[in-house]
Design a protein around this ligand. Sequence first.
Ligand code: SF4
Length: 201
Amino acid sequence: MIEVYEKLLNKLGHKHWWPADTPFEVVVGAILTQQTRWENVERAISNLKEKGLLDLQALSMMEAEELEDLVRCTGFYRQKAKRLKEVSTYFYENPGILERPKEELREELLALNGIGDETADSIVLYAAEKPGFVIDAYTRKICRCMGIEGNYGELQSLFEDSLPQDVLLYKEFHALIVEYGKQFCGKKRCAECILVENGKM
Ligand code: SF4
């Protein structure tokens, strides 16, 4: 997998993800980005920042309807507002949660309503800075094109077992996959693909 990383890095350069001022902002972004474009998440985060609501206690105590209005631009806003309130309440009541060992943190996140593997690993990697490789739809697509099939855990093990346990590398690699996915896979530029010969799928 390191060759794939190097090809992507040469093609696209460093991405320096995740764009956020604090670990809690990463958590909020990871929930809001479900099933929407990042531009919409940026608008919602900016709405929350303007009102001083990127704060665990403030967010956990907000009225649901007010929060729904602020995150409406990300779609599924009722669900997302509810998840944000639940997650911020949980984080507020469990200070230091991000310092827990990786597996323990991951299990706790997965037990929360609306947090699946990809969101949990995004928080583990980008908020807690622990080495959990994030598998998203583009990662699955690229793996399929390279003839690799598997469920979430199998693909994650494939990356983690073949790479050094390096948080910065994991962060950059996932960011590069997403960027490549947006620029090439999503735009059907398979004839120009640098990962699969002749762009065959
Ligand atoms: S650009 Fe096309 S061939 Fe290349 S990985 Fe993406 S979907 Fe597959």
